[in-house]
Every structure is written in C-alpha cells, then in structure tokens.
Design a protein. Sequence first.
Length: 418
Amino acid sequence: DAVAVCSGVHNIPRIPSFPGLDAFEGKVLHSSSYKDPEIFRGQRVLVIGTGETGRDALHAARIRLCAVALGDNLPPLDCIIMNWGTHYWESSWAARVGLHWWITTKFTRLGFLLMSGTTYGFNQWAGRRYNMTWDEGRKHIVNKSTRCMPLITRKAKRGAPWWQRRLWSYWDVPDEAGQDVDLVEGSVRGMEGRTVHYDTAAGPRSVEADVVVLATGYRQRFPFLFPGSDEKGQTDVGAADDPLPTEHFIINPQEPRLAYIGFVRPNVGAIPPMAEMQAMWWCERLEREPARRSPDYYKLKESRVPYGVDYGYYMFALAREIGAVPNLRFGQAHVPIFRLEGPFASEGAVETCATELFGPIMQRPFFMNIIFFLEGLFFAAVNGAAAALESRGGCAAAAVVAGVGLGYVGLSRRFGAG
C-alpha cells in the first residue's frame, strides 16, 4: 500500500575524472574501498576531499608515519544551538532570514579569534570556506575534525609572526602526534607519473603521492525508480543526482504513498535523527493532510547539494505539521523531544529527556547555563518585537511576554522542582 525508499546515500561512489588518472603510477582508491590503514605505512598519501571521511583517512595515514597532503574541499563547522526563543517560537521574518544563525555566528567567530587566533574555525588557520564572510552565518558550523585540524594548523602557524605563534600556542600538538598535513587549496589539473598537479590561487603546484584517496562522496541514484539511472556507469562528479521529491524532500504531492527517507543533508547534525522525524511525518501524512503548512525556510543557500537543509528549521517544520513541536526549550538534536507532544508522544520519551538531556544540562558549569538562558531571553525579545511589527495589531508587549515569560514553562511542567 505504501513504499519508503531507505536505500541510503553511501552506495554509488562519486568518482572524479582527472586528466592522467588512469595512467597514474601510484595507487588510487575511493574512500569506500578503504579498509586497512596499513596501506598508508611509509607512503606519501594525498587525500582529495576534506569532508569528515577525508579527515578519517587523513588521521589513519598520519599515525602510520607517512607524508600526507590534503586536497581542498569545504571543512565542516558547528555552532551552539538551542530552541527557546528560536525554533520553538520564532517570527516568520527571523526564520526566513536565518536570524539566529546570523547573530550567533558573529559571537562564535569572535570567540574563535580570541581563543585560537582565527575566525575560520576553532584553531583552523587554513582551509576556510570560499564564502566565509561576516554578512551571513547559516553555513558556518564548528569544525569537528579535532584530531586532524591541529596538524594542518601547525604547518600554517609556522609562517605567522612569532607573537601569534606564542599567544595561541596552547592548542599546539607535539611532534609525536603525527606529521604535518599540507593543505592544498585548489583544483586538480591532472596527474602524471606519481605527481598530482594543482591549480591554486597562488599559481600551479605539484604534489608527489604514492597513494591517492578520493574522499569525494557518493552519487544519489535510484535505478529501481528512474530507468537509465545506471548504477555503475553514472559515477562521475559532473553527473547529476537523481531528484528528491518536492514536499520537504520526502514525497511528491501527486504520489504521497512513495516516500524518500534519510536523503537530506543537514548543515549540522546527523542524518539518522532527521530520518526518524521524516518517518513520523510521513506516517502521519498517510493518515491525514496537515492542518498547517510549514514554509521551506530550512533550505540552505549556496549548498553543494540542492537538498541541503538547516537541521533545526527542518526538524521543527516537520514537527509543526504533525503537532509534535516540543514544549521543551533545549535539545534540538535530541529526537525524543519530538515525542513529548503529538501523535507519537510517549512517557518513555519523557524519561529519556529527563535522564539523557536534562540531567547532563544541569551538570554543566553554572556560567554555561547562564549564557544559554541569556541567549534565549535575547532571541525571545527580538522575535517578540519582529512578530509585533509583522502583525497588523502591533501588540509588541504581548508578544514579548509570550516569548520571554513562558520560556521555561515546559521545563517545569515536565520535570518539576524535584
């Protein structure tokens, strides 16, 4: 009666085509074929692509005491997130422009500068995004490659003035942690012998390599639905992915009983929690039409894939349509909060949130919780004012009170004083 496509995104490797690739005298493998880190021992390794898979391969290579270079891509980032005064209750204007990220990113990057000497990412002295500007912020999340980034930064720091090296030396790693990683920011022009030639902003550059790892991701293919979507012949980077549906990237309105689960790509956060939220939304959608529609403010601009989404906005957009918006003001990445209310509510979710979410939050340092509380107050006030300006009545006071005064009512209702 209904079919859900849950075939995953890591099936068909995305293989780039470089001049001279077939004639390269070293070993070339896609990251999907990487199984044993021993292949890196004593070798000169070039990793093309700097996503999380590329960083994993890099870490495995550098602990085998080999020379490592890293090809250019966009490093992942992250940012502190909460729901109260933002996704839980937010004016349509603030949601449309991504106000929460726009503001918090400024403070996050300022903190990076004061603590590690760079605003690109924490202790990230090289490998910034090509569009890392101060006038927007939704794309910038915290670099999670904490084991690899210090090795890239260590080499970049050597060219900095002595006082900068000394001032932010606290995050330096010892030589025993591994060899330097040479980041090549550019595009591959071709391969010859055991040499990979790059075009960079500073001019041509060549890298010697014995092993080349293509950490270039995967194709999105549905050969069982799209005739001609050749599973083995359409691996090139330039080939287009098979499309996702139009309604929240889950279903097409003309075919609501065929769902695609787990294919959206978040700016921060994991795919499995989003897949669970998608499954809940679809199951409810099969039963009835949503009483209200959520706008697609979650779509990311300049995303490398057309189905890139803002994690928080996307999760709450689906939750609103099925009446599952949580009355808890924190824990955006914690799926059980979307089982506190709505058609999938359960007492087990209440217990889970109390022990796995609320408990650890209360064990954090007091000043950290104060920062979160003040952040919520600020965004509640901003959203209250924005909502009042948007409404014809202009009832600013009521909007602010609703956002600020009721901020933690859900918390007290669920967990009480004891």
